[in-house]
Design a protein around this ligand. Structure first.
Ligand code: BTN
Length: 232
């Protein structure tokens, strides 16, 4: 595993995308101690507080381009597997569609997957609130984690992801989908999905083979939603 450790980056995702374009190998990881222009989903900034984990992994998955979106579920499950080893058993990990990780219903980590013009690479960016968190979120430290060292968590996560990616390339999405659904936040409950053109409220029934959200409407019809902000 090749980890490029930086004191400061604008956004580790931007750094990784540049390296990916230049041909960097699959598995290359960019790890920054600080980010000055961290990005979240939907163009939002990602508050990059000192002591937190900011990393981006370059992958060249051996799967069809239509399956690449499954990586956000894979990464969320990998992160949950790692964090459950270091936070107390009483703390509840939840995975919020499409790719937030919550501890006791508050956001502890976010994932930003990026690719370009169907290029054969994907950048998986992961931000974890290790030492501190914005007011409405939670840090691993506040959740009582055994280790609050970003580099240690990075090592565990990189190993977990490597194994899971190899398995996914061979066997597909089934086990990841099941593992994600076991931890899904709001499953079977009423949720609201806000999209640019409409807002829908219904029962969160699950995710399909591509990871799209299945929402059962009051008339019983199930809508498939590819992209939305979800409120539980
Ligand atoms: C989100 O929840 O909106 C996704 C947040 C992703 C943040 C990480 S931090 C490391 C990597 N570099 C970035 O600029 N963003 C991701």
């Amino acid at each position: 595993m090749n980890v490029i450790e930086l004191q400061t980056a604008g956004s580790t995702n931007d750094y990784a995308r540049r390296l990916a374009r230049e041909g960097a190998a699959s598995g290359t990881i960019i790890w920054a101690h600080e980010q000055t222009a961290g990005r979240g989903r939907q163009g939002r900034p990602w508050t990059s507080m000192p002591g937190n984990l900011f990393m981006s992994m370059i992958l060249r998955p051996r799967v069809g381009v239509e399956h690449v979106g499954q990586l956000s579920f894979l990464s969320a499950v990998a992160l949950a597997n790692v964090l459950e080893r270091i936070i107390p058993a009483s703390a509840q990990i939840g995975l919020k569609w499409p790719n937030d990780l919550l501890i006791n219903r508050k956001k502890a980590a976010g994932i930003l997957i990026e690719t370009e013009n169907r290029m054969p690479w994907v950048v998986v960016g992961i931000g974890v609130n290790v030492a501190s968190a914005p007011p409405d979120a939670v840090s691993l430290r506040a959740a009582g984690a055994k280790t609050c060292e970003a580099g240690h968590i990075l090592g565990l996560l990189a190993k977990e992801m490597q194994g899971m990616v190899e398995n996914w390339e061979k066997t597909g999405f089934k086990t990841i989908r099941e593992a994600w659904l076991k931890r899904a936040y709001g499953l079977g409950e009423e949720v609201t999905a806000r999209m640019p053109q409409e807002t829908l409220t219904g029962i969160f029934k699950g995710i399909d083979q591509s990871g799209a959200l299945q929402l059962q409407m009051p008339d019983g019809a199930v809508k498939t939603i590819n992209s939305a902000e979800v409120f539980v």
